[in-house]
Design a protein around this ligand. Sequence first.
Ligand code: HEM
Ligand code: CU
Length: 575
Amino acid sequence: MSDITANPGDIPGAAPGTRETYLNWRKTVASWLLTGDHKRIAVMYIISITFMFSLGAAAIGLVRIELTSPHGLFMTHETYNRMFSMHGILMVFFFLVPSIPATLGNFLVPIMIGARDLAFPRLNLLSWYLYIIGAVCAVSAMAFGGVDTGWTFYTPYSALSNSNVDLTIIGVFIAGFSSIATGINFLVTIHKMRAPGLTWFRLPLFVWAMYATSIIMVLGTPVVAITLSLVLVERVLHIGIFNPALGGDPVLFQHMFWFYSHPAVYIMIVPGMGVVSELIACFSRKRIFGYHFIAFSSIAIAILGFFVWGHHLFVTSQSMYAGMFFSLVSFVVAVPSAIKVFNWTATIYKGRVWMTAPMLYALGFIGLFTIGGLTGLFLATLGSDVHLHDTYFVIAHFHYVMVGGAILAYLGGMHFWWPKITGKLYPEAIARVAAIISFIGFNLTFFPQFIVGYLGNPRRYHFYPPEFQVWHVLSTAGASVLAVGYFIPLCYFLWSLKYGEDAGPNPWGAIGLEWMTPSPPPSHNFDELPVVTWEAYSYDSEDMNEPPTQMDLAIERATGGRYRRAETETRGEGE
Ligand code: HEM
Ligand SMILES: [Cu+2]
């Protein structure tokens, strides 16, 4: 191991006898900023992406308020464009793309495969710095006047706009390399550093999902980096690449942009699918149904996802035959996603389902992701896309997959592994309420957008006909409920750091290497490197006398014994 990784047993300032963990091992700022420990880097990512998420949310909050009136309330057209662009750019490139891989992925991949760290700890730290430098560029571009191209930077407008396009592009470009670095690190680690006995088909499905995501990150991200640098070259040197006035081709930009950005939507969702597989198996107390199908469907998505980009160009000059091809392949790419949904459902069926907060998020994911995926098929149909393209229907579609899907999975995963990451339990009862509030808020925000989009309201427009107002007001009301649903977990997670009960190594009674090491784990993850002799998810649903877990006991104490886990009462019945 290199000198920048942890040195076990050395805890200056801690009481003698305190167990060494990755959190209390040296507390100086430098020990964090120069760390090679994948767990500390994951924590730094959690803080950074939460911050970027808040900025992105603030921007769209203002947009939603503005849209309660058909003629706007307080913004100029220019400000309006800048606000929704800021929202999209921050959310996609600085929150969703790094969200699960850089936080839960960084924290869990080495532990889940029984390794002491990622293959390249310094590269991992570099990826965080690249992310921060990219984020600083993008945020300063927004602070110094903003950018008004939307997150898609479509040419020729982006070649001409006099807003801060250059600095934003530089920011996205730099952050792209952070994603490439993470992808390479995961690929090498998963190939080379699995514990003895941990064969490919014993890997947790989360690790398979990270593997598939890394392939997309490594193959796709360079393309968007090249595309955006070409826009920069065009803007600075006035060489005609995309701008027709200079002899360029604006549709070429769309091809290059979506060659990355469609696969990128899978960078956002496949990790979420990995999280959901873990949650569903644990809280159904069953072996996951169709392990191989779920594992290979992640790989199938990663590959097929590269052949559907043209479904964003049905209404451009793209040929009709290209349109037919892309339409067909878009239908095909929905199959592996559907396979996962069927397998999760089959896992829950006859399982002993425990409705914890993480499980609520996982169930929410399955429902909302399915709606998102199915509405994708409407858009992938050549005829209906002509009507729906560039309307609020598209906005609703991708929010169902990216917010209803990816963000719910991220939150579910954060709840599930929070006791592992921090060593503390969060208050489970409040967490369930918050999960339900955000589910209601989410649907109230985005379902009306399907309707208003179907009725013909274009996306990105500042003003709209007064008869659409009711849908926009509903949507804004939903957004405020959603904001409450996100704010509550932020509060109790912070609260739990100080006041939460100790979690113990395995508060859920879950199976997996990460639950076999103390919480929070020591810097070197395992005192003794494990040897794996069992299959993934060897939950035995026949064992009705499973002892109560740490979380059961905490809930019982918090509710004065009134609450018991459902199946402790029904144990022995049914089956
Ligand atoms: C079931 C598979 C899916 C199909 C068939 C599908 C289909 C489509 C189609 C055809 C469009 C273009 C609509 C238009 O511009 O007229 C679209 C837009 C979009 N989809 Fe999907 N989609 C699927 C899954 C996903 C997933 C999993 C995500 C993200 C996690 C996603 C995110 C997006 C985004 C971000 C856009 C809009 C991009 C923009 O113009 O700003 N889609 N989808
Ligand atoms: Cu797409």
